[in-house]
Design a protein around this ligand. Structure first.
Ligand code: PLP
Length: 377
């Protein structure tokens, strides 16, 4: 028996998730001291001090297993969103919950209907259990195409995955579009609404906050990794019908999220001022970034999140921009894995980090224009 026979065919060529380049790696490789990471849509202000206080308190209890039912965290979420505990699932990041979804609901050859150019974590997890992806293109303005999704629902469709807002485009489907789609979705098809960037999006009037709907076949996923500034402790949460949550609980590892994760998340939920500061910084820096890019003849995709995606025009131009900015100590994200090699994504940072980005960008721009935008030179 060969080692390769240990795994099913669909695992042999499965790609591994590529994360944004870590700061330490850039410091090590480039010998730089000033590095700004604008690559993973993290909260540049850091974790809430309340979360840090709670997590520090938890260090003294690390010889104990965490509360398997995560009562404190689930109760808090239940209070905030007016739910029962049995409607809530927690996991090791929202990706952890996506892994439970794949394990519980997807079998080889089941079909997952979604769009191109969305969060590839879900693609990978669906493929890891042998499910097939049926991907329709985004609309011309880089949004999930609900009409194409509705048209492509088949007998085989088991799950529809929608990132709303979408990563890496920062765009969203509206209330009207969500209503339209749900008219076509049969009750046995599961809709995953991935709302990792919900906190940034919630003020848009036509954004369909999934908590205002009560569909038995919709699962909402959210996270503490983005606006709450806790990517490092890996806590995500999901809301849905008690029966669906019950199935997910059967495949879940018993002690996820871990003890520090549970405490940090509770602390974060208690710190509304930190979340407000985060959203204020994001709005201000977003406006500055959009103006900066537009003034330099780029057309950033309008985003309701904490990142902005721009078209470079080619994969060579993206590589050049990425590498040259890296030499300046600024890490952005290439989107090859998202099948958008002619785009790059810039996460919104602090005022200081954005200043670093602006200065670095203006230093590399003449060479970039000379090579890739001859019409502008
Ligand atoms: C749309 C989307 N969903 C989920 C995730 C994963 O989040 P978590 O850290 O909760 O696993 C990300 C992270 O980039 C994302 O962009």
């Amino acid at each position: 028996m060969h080692r390769k026979d240990l795994v099913p065919e669909y695992l042999k060529n499965l790609q591994v998730y590529q994360a944004g380049k870590p700061i330490d790696e850039v410091v090590r490789e480039k010998g730089l001291t000033r590095v700004s990471k604008l690559a993973s849509n993290e909260n540049p202000l850091g974790p809430s001090p309340f979360a840090i206080r709670e997590m520090t308190r938890g260090l003294w209890d690390l010889h104990r297993y965490p509360d398997m039912h995560a009562y404190a965290l689930k109760s808090k979420l239940a209070d905030i969103y007016d739910l029962k505990l049995e409607n809530i699932i927690l996991g090791n990041g929202s990706e952890g919950i996506m892994a439970y979804i794949a394990r519980a609901f997807l079998r080889p050859d089941d079909e997952v209907l979604t769009c191109d150019n969305t969060f590839i974590g879900f693609y990978i997890l669906a493929r890891s259990v042998g499910a097939k992806l049926n991907k329709v293109p985004l609309t011309e303005d880089y949004r999930f195409d609900v009409k194409a999704l509705a048209k492509n629902i088949t007998d085989k469709t088991k799950v529809i995955y929608i990132a709303n807002p979408n990563n890496p485009t920062g765009t969203y489907i509206t209330k009207e579009e969500f209503d339209y789609l749900m008219e076509y979705v049969p009750p046995h098809v599961l809709v995953i609404l991935d709302e990792a960037y919900f906190e940034f999006a919630q003020d848009q009037e036509d954004y369909p906050d999934s908590m205002n709907y009560r569909y038995d076949n919709v699962l909402t996923l959210r996270t503490f990794s983005k606006a709450y500034g806790l990517s490092g402790i890996r806590v995500g949460y999901g809301f849905g019908h008690a029966e669906l949550i019950g199935y997910l609980s059967r495949v879940k590892l018993p002690f996820e999220p871990n003890l520090i994760g549970q405490l940090g998340a509770v602390g974060a939920l208690e710190d509304q001022p930190h979340l407000d500061r985060t959203l204020r910084n994001n709005r201000k820096r977003y406006d500055e970034l959009m103006s900066f890019l537009e003034e330099r003849d780029f057309s950033p995709i309008k985003s309701i999140t904490n990142f902005v995606t721009i078209k470079t025009g080619s994969s060579e131009a993206s590589d050049f921009m990425f590498e040259e900015l890296l030499n300046e100590g600024v890490i952005i994200r290439k989107l090859v894995a998202n099948e958008m090699p002619e785009f790059v994504r810039i996460s919104i940072g602090t005022k200081d980090e954005m200043k670093h980005f602006f200065e670095a960008f203006d230093r590399i721009l003449p060479a970039y224009n000379k090579r890739f935008r001859k019409d502008l030179v």
